[in-house]
Design a protein around this ligand. Structure first.
Ligand SMILES: Nc1ncnc2c1ncn2[C@@H]1O[C@H](COP(=O)(O)OP(=O)(O)OP(=O)(O)O)[C@@H](O)[C@H]1O
Length: 422
């Protein structure tokens, strides 16, 4: 997840590189943050905690009302039978996101290695992100696309939420970029085409991702992309506008930085920033401390392409340099809507300040010279070899002490002296 802020509250999210792996007793740290949550008594779950009874005997009604700390997260985060949870074996720590900790687990039942994001409920409530958190899961459950990392499962314990999906052993695009410096244009083209297909797919479903960045793009074992982290995503129908300032500063479109109104076109700006950085090794604009300063920088920048970009790539990305005085007349409170002519409208790009003239439909890309010869077909793209050395992730930090997991979380259906995982 990135960060959000509504209205004037400055809450920009700096680009957060994957955290170091020397985490020490991370499970304890995770718990200590949730330690202040009043932990309620175990909830009788229908069909779980009930002992077998004779035919004449009426089963007792399930406990009602459910403690608020459970019911708040339903139905997106169901309470799982303890047997299901105990099939998971924690193999190690993957990363610390801004919201949750990512663990590598073995699903012994399905013999599959998965990643589980563990989010303390208290954090969700403290940051007032309950709706967002539930939307993340329902969106990720809905989307099925070769270049999207789909949801495996989600559930809740007493103090934590769990979001599980397949584990990607080859790391994320950010790690690849940091190692490679910058990528060849052929690779940028393939990645760009995959991301174009994903964004078109999401937008057609009325979903805006709102945090397209390298850290949120995983690589499969063949080097193809999987967009993940729908923590800031929301349903936004065509014609609807959003106003929440959220995302990751360096990737945020000017209309997002200025507090809206904005729509799906903001995801295309983020893609432009990402491709610029992949191809050049540097972000087009240096990060600023908050969204106000970042907006100033974005407004000042001409986004000129470096000389090593091919003319086709430059045409895909870079804003046409605007004449002095442009901002004064066309950016009242950050709103760019409504003015009829601009240089960008003649030659739209991804990094076009005006969202109306930004590249954003499939046919824009299909007809673009940068993508000449590229089939915008997921099956065909997946067959394209990715010519980058996709290094496997370094081995995760193993659990420091197996006993530590004893106090990781308690299953709601189990008696309080029965910890999970067992
Ligand atoms: N399925 C997965 N397989 C392997 N690694 C993963 C997986 N999911 C996430 N990660 C790693 O964990 C990191 C953080 O994950 P994620 O972005 O979902 O968490 P977050 O709390 O939303 O973090 P942030 O807000 O900082 O993006 C990712 O950048 C990626 O490196």
């Amino acid at each position: 997840m990135g960060a959000t802020s509504s209205g004037p509250d400055p809450a920009p999210a700096p680009v957060r590189p994957p955290q170091g792996r020397a985490v020490g007793s991370w499970v304890r740290a995770l718990l200590s943050r949730a330690g202040s949550v009043p932990v309620s008594v175990p909830v009788p779950v229908p069909g779980l905690a009930l002992a077998p009874r004779g035919p004449a005997e009426e089963p007792p009604l399930p406990g009602w009302p459910l403690p608020q700390l459970v019911s708040l997260f339903l139905p997106e985060f169901p309470v799982r039978p303890s047997a299901r949870q105990q099939q998971l074996k924690i193999l190690g720590f993957v990363a610390k996101g801004s919201f949750g900790t990512i663990l590598k687990v073995l699903d012994c039942g399905r013999e599959k290695v998965c990643a589980v994001k563990v989010v303390p409920k208290v954090e969700v409530l403290r940051r007032d992100t309950l709706k967002q958190c539930k939307e993340e899961v329902s969106i990720q459950r809905q989307v099925r696309h070769p270049f999207v990392h789909g949801l495996g499962d989600s559930w809740q314990g007493q103090r934590h939420l769990f979001i599980m999906c397949t584990y990607c052993s080859t790391g994320d695009l950010h790690a690849l970029w940091r190692t490679a410096g910058c990528l060849a244009e052929a690779t940028v083209r393939l990645f760009a085409a995959e991301l174009v297909l994903v964004l078109v797919y999401l937008h057609d479903l009325g979903i805006m991702h709102r945090d397209v960045k390298m850290e949120n793009i995983l690589l499969d074992e063949r080097g193809h992309l999987k967009l993940t982290d729908f923590g800031l995503s929301r349903y936004l129908q065509w014609g609807e506008r959003a106003h929440t300032i959220c995302g990751t500063l360096q990737y945020m479109a000017p209309e997002v930085l200025s507090g809206g109104p904005y729509s799906h076109a903001a995801d295309w700006w983020s893609l432009g920033v990402l491709l610029f950085a992949l191809a050049s090794g540097e972000f087009p604009v240096a990060p600023a401390g908050d969204h106000v300063a970042m907006l100033e920088r974005v407004k000042q920048s001409s986004y000129e392409s470096p000389p090593e970009f091919s003319p086709e790539l430059a045409r895909l990305l870079a804003e046409v340099t605007l004449l002095p005085g442009f901002w004064g007349s066309h950016w009242p409170q950050g709103r760019m809507l409504g003015f009829p002519f601009s240089l960008s409208s003649l030659c739209p790009q991804l990094l076009c300040h005006n969202p109306l003239y930004r590249l954003r439909y499939l046919h824009h890309f299909q007809g673009h010279p940068f993508f000449r010869g590229v089939a915008f077909d997921a099956d065909l793209l997946q067959k394209d070899p990715v010519v980058v050395a996709v290094a496997p992730r370094p081995p995760e930090q193993p659990p420091p002490d197996p006993a530590t997991f004893a106090d990781f979380d308690y299953d709601l259906a189990a008696p309080p002296d029965r910890p999970w995982p067992g």
